[in-house]
Design a protein around this ligand. Structure first.
Ligand code: AMP
Length: 116
């Protein structure tokens, strides 16, 4: 997909509003529009990457920053101590619906395992 048409690229560019929780020069964290838990925040890279499956060996730094951002979001949202889930779906069959890499940060309720 061309990044001009990508929903999350449009959020990065400020063309679509988002409820931003935290941001850095490389990533943005905003509330999911259809929350699946009391805390449900998405962390995305500002640059367009389709999914974890399309990261290259050069992207190790970015991948690490997204994990650190997820932990920061959990602290900001007050779920770092109570527990939270960090998940990223890769591909339509795994539940990916937006093809711009994003990490879900979910918390504020008990999580079940395995996921459906
Ligand atoms: P996934 O299904 O893993 O690709 O996750 C995509 C997520 O993006 C879903 O949880 C959607 O609810 C969420 N989403 C879709 N559009 C928006 C939007 N405009 N603002 C915030 N979250 C969105």
């Amino acid at each position: 997909m061309v990044s001009e048409d990508c929903l999350f690229c449009r959020i990065v560019r400020g063309e679509i509003p988002a409820d931003i929780v935290a941001e850095d020069d490389r990533w943005l964290a905003f509330r999911d529009i259809q929350p699946q838990a009391p805390v449900h925040v998405l962390v995305i890279p500002r640059e367009h990457v389709e999914s974890v499956g399309s990261l290259s060996t050069d992207d190790g730094g970015l991948a690490g920053e997204l994990m650190l951002a997820a932990a920061e979001v959990a602290r900001i949202e007050g779920v770092a101590e109570s527990g939270f889930r960090v998940v990223t779906n890769v591909g339509e069959r795994a539940g990916q619906s937006v093809f711009h890499l994003h990490v879900h940060v979910l918390g504020g309720r008990r999580m079940r395992w395995p996921p459906g």
